[in-house]
Design a protein around this ligand. Sequence first.
Ligand SMILES: *Cc1c(COP(=O)(O)O)cnc(C)c1O
Length: 493
Amino acid sequence: MYFLSTRGNNEKITASQAIIKGLSSDKGLYVPSSFKDLSSELKKLVDLDYKELAYVILKEFLTDYSEKELRYCIESAYDEKFDTEKITPISKVGENYVLELYHGPTCAFKDMALTIMPYLLKTAIKKNNLQEEVVILTATSGDTGKAALEGFSDVDKIKIVVFFPENGVSSIQKLQMKTTKGKNTCVVGINGNFDDAQTGVKNIFSDKEFNNDLRQKGYILSSANSINIGRLTPQVVYYFYSYLQLVKENEITLGEKINFVVPTGNFGNILACYYAKQMGLPVNKFICASNDNNVLYDFFKTGVYDKNRDLILTTSPSMDILISSNLERLLFEISDRDSKKVNKLINDLNTKGVYKIDENMKANLSSFYGEYALEDTVDKTIKDVFDKYKYLIDTHTAVAYSCYEKYIKETNDSSKTVIVSTASPYKFSKDVLSSLSDVDSNLDDFDIINKLSDLSHTQIPGPIKELKSLEIKHNTTCEKDELKSEILKFLGK
Ligand SMILES: *Cc1c(COP(=O)(O)O)cnc(C)c1O
């Protein structure tokens, strides 16, 4: 097992090297050389807890880590930082299952990977005898930033710089990032949108001169974005875990195919689900849920990916994205691993903002189904689900929920379905509360959080409750062409 680039430059590297590098030097994304088929072993995995299962899955990807190293990373990640021993519990809501991926330290699903990635990276640095210090560079639409900061804070030999769109994240998300402790952390707001931040960071990664300059100063850049396989592979675990939980609780039978509905932005989470299927998980449909920014919906319908449109800011900001980076990994698989085709498509995307896949590739997409939900539907869904089931969901989960309702109407598919819930409702409390009742305009964020708790009879998660008493540690903003100088300033070079 090794990792190769989607763009076919013949590079073959180990998992730990891929975790350090993040992106291949030809700008392609690293993909595993093969997938291990676990379908005949599923029965044996039913009784494993999250950590044991994580080991079974991760050892198939991170093959150059020793058992001891991998277990150390897993044990360090999935501990009391999570507010439930199950790590990713499932709630039955009506006839469906909601997989809650927000029980970690920052109350969003990014914690699933970003609690373990710092340990994977720290171990990789040691294994590869790296002399330089690693600087993690991240563009965030909100949740990645805080989860990465939290994960990497005060980790030895690693520094972390996070850029976020100043007007593209919620006020709670902003507060979470700005209050981050840790001497090795740097947080900067960009005057631009998420794509500006992401493009800026991508350009820095491919800027040879800047990278050489940094290397001479003793630093190498790496990424904590969902393009890093240290992010992607831990996300495969909870798809298996949720499936096996449902088997264990006799909700489904072993081998039964189920649907997963995934609220999608950068296409990392749903791609992990696809990887799970490649490894033998019985999946019927991947329902890819988008908000008003419905590029992916169009793509699955027509085979044309067209980012030439305005980015719309919605109440589900983590999905306000026009270029879903991880889709490149899917293009690689559906073209039967033809890098020539991938290169052509990505080149079209970079030069014209649009590409079209061929009929063979489109045929390989048959288990994907794209849907999208507009803002007023999202708003109404939060209220309907609460009124009907007394179950509170956040805006991103509401996008998924309402996409699933649309899907059922269109297909009558009766397969059991897991709706993936990616954030605590308290992370987006203003929008959630205003779906349930009128919100007085002079309430501050914390009044709103308290009111939401009173009204819904649910508890405020610890990490959100304590925000109020934390000191602001970061207050820098910059223009979208000033990223490099901000990095150098932080490194003191
Ligand atoms: C990041 C995020 C998403 C999108 O996940 P991708 O892996 O980028 O598709 C959805 N919801 C929330 C709350 C997120 O933080």
